[in-house]
Write a protein that binds this ligand. Structure first.
Ligand SMILES: NC(=O)c1ccc[n+]([C@@H]2O[C@H](COP(=O)([O-])OP(=O)(O)OC[C@H]3O[C@@H](n4cnc5c(N)ncnc54)[C@H](OP(=O)(O)O)[C@@H]3O)[C@@H](O)[C@H]2O)c1
Length: 391
């Protein structure tokens, strides 16, 4: 038994039809449709065939009914859809946050990186491996330094291909003299077990005299260009892919960039958090094409508990069904900055890599709350070093 296609038989009432012997099946769809004789529910066919005069009227009624049902359905569906869209837009605006930003070199830096500074010895390796498991972009490691050897070991053990990992390291204050830079970089590379870093930053706009802990070299502090020129050379040599700065304010950035740079700074890594959101620097950097990286994005270990208790953030987290830490990390990326949350806790590492775009009103609310109080820094060695770093 075959069922006719509705294309050919849309005038027939639904019933069971059978192909007749006298009408062989056409060889193709282009030929005339087969003729069918009705073998069941004959009355229905009869009805259609014997009362053609009534057909137009019944069709009018049917059409009217279809229109009414259609209109009711449309109103119901669009009502539901509006409600769902309203809820949906509170949950997620539909646009994803970027999982990377493009640097002047064309390299793409992951928007969320695992901060490993102050990561407890013995824990950083696992953290590094975990961060890879949970991110679909390159793993990014921010601020390797005292734990470079452990990071290197973890990377070797994990078997993650080098090109899938983004490694940022920094030049410490005591090695700003051009002659000291390459040896100290080589040492880092050897500990990390790699022949290049993706990003190398001048850690502070403060140079120390060689072999001193905090004796300021005022020449190289006031004029960081010789240090920068050496870094440019190391980019040419292929030991560094991108160079940047850290803890530079606008005046200090301009002091450096007023020189005839061959390579412009790729990023400026600075403290950015609810407590110290630096809206002017964020705005200026955007206008001047300098990517910022947010360090201590959860307010640092000392304040993280308090940071996660901020009422506005708790409210936003509740509305969106995410955690307060995820609200902050998402907010940073949505502000257009790379974010470096440090954690050695597996569940938190996983949590911190899951970001979502905050609906604009909620983003604005958090921005307003963060910028409405007096800014407070977590990291400020100005006094210890005798340098007014932020001026
Ligand atoms: N350029 C610079 O001068 C500079 C200065 C400071 C920092 N940094 C960089 O920024 C990175 C991060 O900064 P930071 O360590 O000062 O501060 P942070 O990332 O704001 O806070 C780290 C603290 O938050 C906790 N934490 C992380 N995720 C959490 C979550 N989802 N829920 C609850 N608690 C969570 C961590 O605990 P657990 O680890 O126990 O999970 C740790 O105690 C550093 O690792 C470093 O790479 C750079």
């Amino acid at each position: 038994m075959a069922f006719p296609s509705s294309k050919h038989y849309n005038y027939l009432p639904v019933s069971v039809l059978e192909e007749t012997e006298s009408s062989p099946r056409p060889r193709s769809d282009l030929e005339a449709p087969p003729k069918y004789s009705h073998v069941e529910e004959v009355d229905e066919l009869d009805y259609a065939a014997t009362r053609p005069a009534k057909r137009p009227e019944s069709w009018k009624k049917a059409a009217a009914l279809i229109l009414i049902v259609g209109a009711v359905l449309y109103l119901a569906v669009s009502g539901f859809r509006n409600t769902f869209e309203r809820i949906g837009s509170m949950r997620c605006s539909g646009h994803k946050l970027p999982n990377s930003f493009t640097l002047p070199s064309g390299d793409r830096i992951p928007s969320v990186a695992l901060g490993v500074w102050l990561a407890e010895k013995g824990k950083v390796g696992e953290a590094v491996k975990l961060s890879k498991m949970d991110t679909d972009t390159s793993t990014a490691l921010g601020h390797t330094g005292h734990n470079e050897a452990e990071v290197g070991e973890a990377l070797r053990e994990s078997g993650i291909p080098r090109k899938e990992v983004w490694i940022t390291s920094k030049l410490w204050n005591a090695f700003h003299a051009p002659g000291d830079i390459e040896p100290v970089l080589d040492e880092s590379l050897s500990k990390l077990g790699t022949d290049y870093v993706d990003l190398y930053l001048i850690h502070w706009p403060v140079a120390f005299k060689k072999d001193t802990d905090n004796e300021v070299d005022w020449n190289l502090t006031d004029n960081p260009y010789p240090t920068w020129q050496k870094l440019e050379e190391l980019v040419e040599k292929g030991k560094i892919r991108n160079i940047g700065i850290s803890n530079f304010n606008i005046r200090r950035i301009q002091n450096l960039t007023s020189n005839p740079l061959k390579v412009r700074p790729a990023v400026n890594q600075v403290e950015l958090s609810y407590w110290n959101p630096q809206p002017e620097l964020v705005k200026w950097s955007k206008e001047n094409g300098l990517l910022l990286e947010a360090y201590s994005p959860l307010g640092s270990a000392e304040r993280v508990k308090e940071t996660l208790e901020v009422p506005e953030v708790k409210k936003i987290a509740k509305i969106l069904g995410i955690t307060p830490a995820q609200v902050y990390i998402s907010w940073h990326v949505q502000r257009g900055t790379v974010v470096l949350p440090k954690s050695v806790t597996p569940s938190r590492i996983e949590e911190n890599f899951r970001i979502t775009r905050l609906p604009q009103p909620l983003f604005d609310e958090l921005e307003k709350a963060a910028t409405s109080h007096k800014p407070e820094r977590s990291v400020d060695p100005s006094e210890r070093w005798g340098v007014d770093i932020w001026n």
